[in-house]
Design a protein around this ligand. Sequence first.
Ligand SMILES: [Zn+2]
Length: 104
Amino acid sequence: MGGRDPRSRALRAWLIDQARRLLQSDGVIPRCRYCAGELDLDLPGRHSDGPAMDHDLALYDGGDELDPANCGLLHTRCNSAKENRRRAERRLEAAPKPTASRVW
Ligand SMILES: [Zn+2]
């Protein structure tokens, strides 16, 4: 699932750029926030090992898609794994939550 806002693409590019800079200047290996494995910043986002954007507070929980402080990088496959686990957990939550309270 991609971002809803085209600006989120720019934010992802910015995050990758930041990670690349840290790697070049300080030798900081970019790591996936989910599995802590190394991220290959040169892979395209659609590649399973490529860098995808993660949100600390998920968008459907009201997280800000465009707040850099709410974002980080993970593998595309880890993003899917996280998403799947999250969905499974939500299915287990018995009481359906009202969705109308969301502020748009
Ligand atoms: Zn990972």
